[in-house]
Design a protein around this ligand. Sequence first.
Ligand SMILES: [Zn+2]
Length: 392
Amino acid sequence: MYITLNMTTKTNICYSFFMVDIFSDWLRANSLDSQFLKRNLVDHPLPIFLIGLGAGGGDRFLDLSGEAAWEMVAEALTARIPELTSLIRTVRMRVPKSFEANEERGGRAYTYDRGPKSLPFVHCPYKGTASDVLTVAHEFSHALQIVASRRTAMPPMARELCAFVGERLLLTWLRDNQPSLSPFMETAWLADNSSYLGTSLQSLVRALEDGSDVYDYAWNYPVARLLAHAVGYEWSSGKTALLFKSGAKAPSHLAEFYERAHILPQRYVLPALTDTGGTVANLYRQIGALLLLDLQRQGADTFEEAIGSRYAHLFQAMQGRNVFLATDREQVPLGYILWQCREGGKPTGFERRIACAQRLPDLLTAFENHCPQAAAELRRTTPDNIVGDFVS
Ligand SMILES: [Zn+2]
């Protein structure tokens, strides 16, 4: 998933001779600073959804040709970034491409930027797996970004960001339009994280600690992966289109992230509760989600209740149907509300946990819809505290 860089080879040769720190050059070229990278990638745990917890199964073969995958990506990107419709059409119809899976040529996908007067060339070895389809989205997005940023070249980290944004937009489009493909595609995306946030991140951390006189293109991936997740969640299509068009000015479009303590809220994303059809397995997942929500609570580091008794308490509540776990439309847990039943069945002793304070209204609305009686009692007994931590 490289863009080939003529400068890569040149800088390696000339700088390594003089032992200049290529890593500092890379930071400068991307307008990044090492503190921003450390804060987001080293000093704090990565959001667990991104490191692939819960991903299962191997890379599946889908009944889709390379050409069909290319068309599908074009359709998804047109739906998600309508501002780029004509440029997407140009890439779809006119960009030369090869899906040949020729091991002798290294088997790696790349998009070759042939300069402002030519269209880029995409090479995407394709055997029909979910991972290959994701790679098509990645390389299509590289080509789109190159065509959209005709006048000036985008720094490499921002180019990878655009490619990852393309992957994410395909995944969200599939959920709405081809949901049968989603589980396989999302498993492939999670599996890729173990490389981008695994070996690529290790290389970046080594360079952060010691500098480097050799350029490693993999440095671009980890922070681009986090930024793509945030852009996918937060940005409008218009804002995303401007990023694709921004060329050398891409870093200024990302300034809002550089000012944050963290690109992604640290206590926000839990793994999705994918329904696999097994009752016992689903119960395990749900109780696991409840415990994870407990651990995300402020002050969870000093959690004093033994995990065995907490587990027993939650399990009992599940058996008595006295706990409501809310998930968003992507099956990601938002939070839960738990209560006890007095004699006569009256709910009392409410507890609630929320993954992210901003989602509290969603949790309460879902609670009202699914458990109207308990919700009415909660409103009656704790009207003043309903947006606070009512019982813990
Ligand atoms: Zn790439």
